[in-house]
Write a protein that binds this ligand. Structure first.
Ligand code: ATP
Ligand code: MG
Length: 511
């Protein structure tokens, strides 16, 4: 009798301790699928952005849970969509989507799933970062204080960007948006501050354009510090949707190590389209312009992750946005303008009239970057803004009046020269020390005697002269970064030498 009691007790105990491995909540069933979107019954406790798996004989199908409703889960397929069948069993992994992170990713091209697209050997990852993460809190942040020199004259002098800032680049199709991003990356190689890790996120771009971008980076020696996260127009919208989060997570890995990072999202308009497509397939309610109601939230959540941390490290975000017929008051552009710390607006009219980069100075702003400008650029270009403002005011007035006082002529001439000198070919970023000397020369009238059509020729000769004959002055500016008396005298001497040389060789008033 005792024996039986003992056995019953033992059985009771083992029943109590019994662990049920596969809970009912952990498996579900595919009940519908279409265009990469899957509806699953069951899986009551799944988290948002959790990876789910359908096990097939040879391959597994990975899904990403996005729409969590009480009765149905809406997920998107990440791979092998064509293998999916009705009634397939779906398993939870209890892991949110993450990306392998490693120093060795520098110079590589990956897709948002971490697959390598560059035919080089794969990397075994040991460290993973979640692709969705909340942004650093207010107490973890410090003010933007170090410039991110872009090498683009207009931006560095008038719309400066700081490390940790979010600056939107927006404009119509084919107005030079990607070219600006590329120039910014190229310029980091020659910059005086620590070279940031650059991450270029291509969202639904043409494969030929991504290839060209890669080739230029390689040729110019900028690939060593750059990672490309590529999705093309042929990819599923899911991949396009995930790309910026993956780029940001990679950036956070380097930022957490105290490094500066620059992430470019090219472009968030296509990201919004991808999210709209997925949301419509998931049958989520639609709002303005048929975008889902959370489109503002998903972009602000992404861009809030840009930060300058007080423990060191920063993540600068340059999102790109495409406008239609210059309409910056459309839904996505206004959202992004209000989320970011400023915008660089590229104007189709300027582009066509050959004012390139076609930045509309009046409509572009940088709300935090000027605090991070180097003292020398700030001192020299502070006056330039005033000269341009005076020029604009007089320009329309001058068209009406034929006789203008001498002073007004001088202001108009100076304005025209400045605008001429703000033109710049792409793939030719200019370092800040050369920019400082160039702008000093304009402000002090060294260019005033030349014909307008010769200005850029003189500029290129001046740059050559600075590179060949003034290396110690350039080094001094790089070190001090301020317009001290010594540096000002040295700049004056250099300019006098150069312009006298030009006169002697009869190159003044050439045309
Ligand atoms: P898309 O809308 O197709 O993405 P985009 O706005 O990114 O276009 P880009 O591809 O950067 O524009 O540039 C369009 C064309 O303009 C390219 O052929 C490029 O070489 C040229 N371009 C861009 N910037 C300049 C510049 N500063 N000077 C001369 N040409 C330029
Ligand atoms: Mg582009």
């Amino acid at each position: 009798m005792d024996d039986i009691k003992f056995i019953i007790e033992k059985l009771k105990k083992s029943i109590d301790n019994l662990e049920i491995k596969a809970e009912l909540n952990d498996i579900g069933k595919v009940i519908a699928f279409n265009d990469g979107v899957v509806l699953i019954d069951g899986l009551n406790e799944v988290q948002s952005m959790e990876i789910l798996v359908v096990k097939k004989e040879k391959l597994n199908i990975k899904l990403l849970a996005l729409n969590l409703e009480e009765s149905l889960i809406g997920a998107v397929c990440l791979n092998n969509f064509d293998l999916l069948q009705h009634n397939d069993i779906v398993y939870r992994t209890k892991q949110v989507a993450s990306i392998g992170v490693d120093e060795r990713l520098l110079g590589r091209v990956i897709n948002p799933l971490g697959d390598f697209l560059d035919n080089l050997s794969p990397i075994e990852f040991t460290n993973f970062y979640p692709i969705e993460r909340s942004a650093p809190s207010v107490t973890e942040r410090s003010p933007v204080s170090v410039p991110l020199h872009t090498g683009i004259k207009i931006i560095d002098s008038l719309i400066p960007i700081g490390r940790g800032q979010r600056e939107l680049i927006l404009g119509d199709r084919q107005t030079g948006k990607t070219s600006i991003a590329l120039d910014v990356i190229l310029n980091q190689k020659q910059d005086v501050f620590e070279t940031p890790v650059c991450i270029y996120v291509a969202i639904g771009q043409k494969l030929s354009k991504i290839k060209r971008f890669y080739e230029i980076l390689k040729k110019e020696g900028a690939l060593d510090y750059t990672i490309i996260v590529a999705t093309s127009s042929e990819d599923y919208p899911t991949l396009l949707y995930l790309a910026p989060y993956v780029g940001c997570a990679l950036g956070e890995y380097f930022m957490d190590q105290g490094k500066d990072v620059l992430v470019i999202y090219d472009d968030l308009t296509k990201h919004a389209w991808a999210w709209r497509e997925i949301s419509l397939l998931l049958k989520r309610p639609v709002g303005r312009e048929a975008y889902p109601g959370d489109i503002f939230y998903i972009h602000s959540r992404l861009l809030e992750r840009a930060a300058k941390l007080n423990k060191g490290g920063s993540l600068t975000a340059l999102p790109i946005c495409e406008t239609q017929l210059g309409d910056i008051s459309a839904y996505i552009p206004t959202n992004l303008i209000s989320i970011t710390d400023g915008q660089i607006y590229l104007d189709n009219g300027l582009f066509k009239s050959n004012f390139r980069p076609a930045i509309n100075i009046g409509l572009s702003v940088s709300r935090v970057g000027s605090k991070a400008q180097t003292k020398i650029i700030k001192k020299i270009t502070g006056k330039m803004k005033l000269s341009l403002a005076q020029y604009r005011e007089l320009e329309s007035f001058a068209q009406l009046s034929t006789e203008l006082p001498q002073e007004m002529h001088r202001i108009l001439l100076r304005g025209k020269i400045i605008l001429e000198l703000l033109k710049q070919d792409n793939l030719h970023p200019l370092s800040f020390e050369k920019l400082a000397i160039l702008m000093y020369a304009v402000q002090n009238g060294y260019f005033d005697d030349f014909n307008l059509q010769d200005i850029r020729l003189v500029e290129s000769k001046l740059i050559d002269y600075l590179e060949n004959d003034c290396s110690s002055l350039l080094a001094q500016i790089r070190e001090v970064k301020d317009l001290t008396d010594d540096i000002e005298i040295a700049i004056k001497n250099a300019l006098q030498n150069f312009f006298t040389f030009l006169t002697i060789n009869n190159e003044k008033n050439i045309a």
